[in-house]
Write a protein that binds this ligand. Structure first.
Ligand code: FES
Ligand code: FES
Length: 397
């Protein structure tokens, strides 16, 4: 393809271990639509369709620089083209061959912990928990709660879901591995209060065996990524792999939209009548994925996801003097209130945090001219007597 040398016009990826190739895909198709209508994998649900409920959560896995990364995403917003070269795991892809259930499913869905009522949210909760366990075999209770920030349940009130899943935590509580929060200390030692607070008998749960999880497709470790140039019926999707390729495309299509997680553009297109005929995915451009600590502060590439940024900010807040990191702490506080885990896993600092008023000219308006790109932003260190506080104000009553 002239605009992007060596680009391919098809995509390939793995779903639950099986390879899927789509010739000339429609660039407007979402991963959720494809899973449900083309592959008939209907365990992944469509709730809100805008990244707000988590019913469509799936796990995406990819290989980069010797590391396999697993992340939970909202399939309702993920463009199908964006999963080229990745592995997708849905609820149908987990569980044992003996009874088809994974311990995560058993503990919530078989009412061992009474965490499923109508069941519509259950696949999303299961996939969020499953992804967390793929990344950490012994998560803390805080990590477990954090993993569900993007999952809504209208039936259960969350307590049975959380208590069931907290049994995976090594810190233990309410059925956990060590002791229950209803234990009370008496003069003769620790005594357990039994009563209506006991939702289940955790000793009946099957243990989690991480060695039994499906392996990451070996082919994805060796197959190199290839640039994409997909001409859909209405929308073209490009995926450059270098900064030069991105700049050439941007010059060729100055009005194009740059897309990373599709969390803003996807909602605009679906619900606000927006239409963009040329989308350029920047997620694989190395220069845009870098973070660097300099004398001035932290430089954050435009494609760095909010989850990666959060991890880096936490590390800097813990390791640097407090007076240098007050902006970082303020940003961490804001990230707590920004969307759910699945959204933060794919959305970027560029799309949502722009701090210079000469750059941010109004709601959803920036001073970027057609043909230009934002390479990175600098989050400066604070000075000794500089203080930063952050508040969130919603644009609705
Ligand atoms: S369907 Fe609600 S987040 Fe995707
Ligand atoms: S069980 Fe009904 S929405 Fe969660």
């Amino acid at each position: 393809m002239a605009e992007l040398e060596g680009a391919k016009e098809s995509i390939s990826f793995y779903v639950n271990g099986g390879k899927v190739v789509v010739e000339s895909p429609d660039s407007e198709t979402t991963l959720l639509y494809f899973l449900r209508t083309q592959l008939r994998l209907t365990d992944t649900k469509l709730g809100c369709g805008e990244g707000g409920c988590g019913a469509c959560t799936v796990m995406l896995s990819w290989y980069q620089e010797g590391v396999v990364t697993h992340t939970a995403v909202n399939a309702c917003l993920a463009p199908l083209c964006s999963v080229d070269g990745m592995a997708v795991t849905t609820l149908e892809g987990i569980g044992s061959s003996r009874d088809l259930l994974h311990p995560v499913q058993e503990r919530i869905a078989i009412a061992r912990a009474h965490g499923s009522q109508c069941g519509f949210c259950t696949p999303g909760f299961v996939m969020s928990m499953y992804t967390l366990l793929r990344n950490s075999h012994a998560p803390s209770e805080k990590q477990i709660e954090g993993a569900f920030e993007g999952n809504l349940c209208r039936c259960t009130g969350y307590r049975p879901i959380l208590e069931g899943f907290k049994t995976f935590s090594q810190t233990g509580c309410c059925g956990g591995a060590t002791k229950c929060c209803m234990d009370v200390k008496s003069s003769d030692g620790i005594k357990t209060i039994k009563g209506p607070s006991i939702l289940f008998d955790a000793s009946k749960f099957r243990p989690l065996d991480p060695t039994q999880e499906p392996t990451f497709p070996p082919a994805l470790r060796t197959e190199p990524l290839i640039p994409l140039a997909i001409k859909g019926p209405r929308v073209s999707w490009y995926r450059p792999l270098t900064l030069d390729q991105l700049l050439v495309l941007r010059a060729r299509f100055p009005q194009s939209k740059l897309v990373i997680g599709n969390t803003e553009i996807g909602v605009e297109v679906k619900f606000k009548g927006a239409f963009y005929d040329t989308l350029i995915s920047c997620s694989q451009v190395p220069e845009l994925n870098k973070m660097a600590v300099t004398d001035e502060g932290l430089t954050v590439g435009a494609s760095v996801t909010l989850t990666r940024l959060e991890e880096q900010l936490k590390h800097l807040v813990e390791s640097l003097p407090e007076n240098k990191t007050r902006t970082f702490s303020a940003l961490l506080e804001m990230l707590r209130w920004f969307a759910g885990q699945q959204i933060r896993n794919v959305s970027t600092v560029t799309g949502v945090i722009v701090m210079d008023p000469s750059f941010f000219t109004g709601y959803k308006k920036t001073s970027i001219k057609p043909g230009e790109i934002l390479l990175s932003i600098l989050i400066p260190f604070t000075k000794e007597y500089e203080f930063v506080l952050s508040y969130k104000q919603a644009r609705r009553n």
